[in-house]
Design a protein around this ligand. Sequence first.
Ligand SMILES: Nc1nc2c(ncn2[C@@H]2O[C@H](COP(=O)(O)OP(=O)(O)OP(=O)(O)O)[C@@H](O)[C@H]2O)c(=O)[nH]1
Ligand SMILES: [Mg+2]
Ligand SMILES: [Zn+2]
Length: 304
Amino acid sequence: MTRGLIVRAQSGFYNVQTTDGLLVCHLRGHLKRGRQAVTIATVGDWVDISRLDNETGIIESIEPRQRKLSRMDPRPRGEFEQVIVANPDQAVLVFACSQPQPRFDMLDRFLVITEKQAIPALIVANKIDLVTKKETRALFDHYTHIGYPLVYTSAKTGQGVGELTLSLKDKLSVLVGPSGAGKSSLLNAIQPGLGLAVSEVSQATSKGKHTTVVRELFTLKEGGYVADTPGLRALALWDIEPEELDGYFPEMRDLVAQCEYNDCSHIDESNCAIRQAASGSSLVEGRIHPERYHSYLKMRSGEE
Ligand SMILES: Nc1nc2c(ncn2[C@@H]2O[C@H](COP(=O)(O)OP(=O)(O)OP(=O)(O)O)[C@@H](O)[C@H]2O)c(=O)[nH]1
Ligand SMILES: [Mg+2]
Ligand SMILES: [Zn+2]
């Protein structure tokens, strides 16, 4: 039996990196039985394989995941947990300052997911060459006040790319974010040999064209792995109850105890410390960014 890491998964085929080479594998049949509603194996999973020849093998077993970055994938047959990447050391949330406009509701959903799944998050504000420094800061700076690490980058000019490269060293990172934010462009800037396909954001809709279609882990020259992923249109929460949401907003966590009701939903109750902090009508004034509170309300009401 040989141990390896799944570095690419597509239509039932898995590329597995082992100490002596890359093998194209498929899953042993019994692994699939009765498991339609879960991602059985994905990039970042460690597996045991039996070799068939120098290039192919069969995945016999999958090691339990230490962590996973997942989202809910609604399908006609029900809800499905889609594991984006298994065992990430960090999630890199890539958003453009412009073209496309940053979707903070999506960023906030990712942050809720990474808080719940205990995956360190790094925010990347890309395309800083398209906006002024002042505009960039107005868009993203409040995330640093909450405590999230943030890197400002331009894949075009190279600004911030060195800093991002350092943050990826010796870790298994996954880049996620909307289509067109520049995930593949940033990876090409970090490691020019990668040659990942990129394409322009549509002039008409200001949306990305979903250029990247498979999830794939790349080995970094400096050490570590990084996964490029296809841009997402929407991000539904997986396995998170409305009542637990306030626990996944670090700036809300400590204020919750000051609400009048201990089961406060922070929507319309009287004497709600969260609402006061978001509206700036008390001593806790300004401690919650109105846009973050808005994201909370959307998630709380189950709105997509
Ligand atoms: N001006 C500017 N354009 C950029 C920057 N980064 C990426 N782009 C452009 O943005 C477009 C989309 O870049 P991609 O790297 O394909 O975006 P992506 O996030 O990988 O998109 P998907 O694979 O569809 O999820 C391309 O035209 C890039 O050249 C940047 O920092 N500045
Ligand atoms: Mg891409
Ligand atoms: Zn409250």
